[in-house]
Design a protein around this ligand. Sequence first.
Ligand SMILES: NC(=O)c1ccc[n+]([C@@H]2O[C@H](COP(=O)([O-])OP(=O)(O)OC[C@H]3O[C@@H](n4cnc5c(N)ncnc54)[C@H](OP(=O)(O)O)[C@@H]3O)[C@@H](O)[C@H]2O)c1
Length: 251
Amino acid sequence: MDVLILGGTALARTLAGLLVEQGLDVTTSLAGRTKAPRAIPGAVRIGGFDGPDGLAAWLVENRPGCVVNAVHPFAAAMSANAAAACRRAGTALARLEAPSWRALPASADWTWVADHDEAVRAVRRLPDPVLLTIGRQETAHYLPLGARDITHRVIDAPDETLPAGWTLLTRRGPFSHEDERALMADPAHTVATLVTKDSGGARPDPKLLVADEIGAAVIMISRPPAPDYGDRVSTPQQALGWVLARLNPTG
Ligand SMILES: NC(=O)c1ccc[n+]([C@@H]2O[C@H](COP(=O)([O-])OP(=O)(O)OC[C@H]3O[C@@H](n4cnc5c(N)ncnc54)[C@H](OP(=O)(O)O)[C@@H]3O)[C@@H](O)[C@H]2O)c1
């Protein structure tokens, strides 16, 4: 195997396509959280590795030439495991992560919070309607908000029962500017508060542009700290260059 991609993101899927086009033997690993993941070029394995020890043992057994950790910026446990396991197994590691939205000028207008509990405290002071785009796994943090006009947009429905007044929207992105305007700027139900997390990207996400257009408050959850082991790249094209340099060091 040439490359193991730790995936579950659009960047990881794009990188898998670029590497397969080069004729490389690529395996993408998914946690298995999404019921029907999108098709990914190359081989796919699904499920955890059983912590850093399990991943280190997997690396020794399967001997990928290198690993690209392209999990979501908020998948902090997997990133920590990848750093620890690659260090132990002596496998080259790159972190592929979209740039934080902190670099965008509009970010100065947002309320940045450290975590979901701080986001909940901020929402208590802000008006409805609220749009939550924080992922199904984080639902439990927001349930204490109780009966409010909250739209919870997720890919798959959460396990929890939602309070009265909440609307569950099961939709998979990416969402266009028109999609977001239809949802957020409906004159009969204009979003007043958007809660989201710093998934990042070179451009602002359409929901952030629409929030700006309609004057909605934005609560932005900051990224967890990243491990300091491995190289860093921010686009699939940069990751491709990194992989080719690792696999053909003299090339
Ligand atoms: N967190 C988010 O906001 C978010 C958003 C979009 C997509 N995703 C994707 O959803 C997946 C899970 O995210 P999470 O936040 O639950 O992760 P996490 O909290 O960092 O990881 C929890 C455990 O899930 C397993 N895992 C995570 N990513 C994996 C992968 N790519 N391949 C194999 N096992 C993986 C690992 O289990 P073991 O210890 O057993 O190895 C890991 O210890 C990731 O692939 C991530 O890219 C997450």
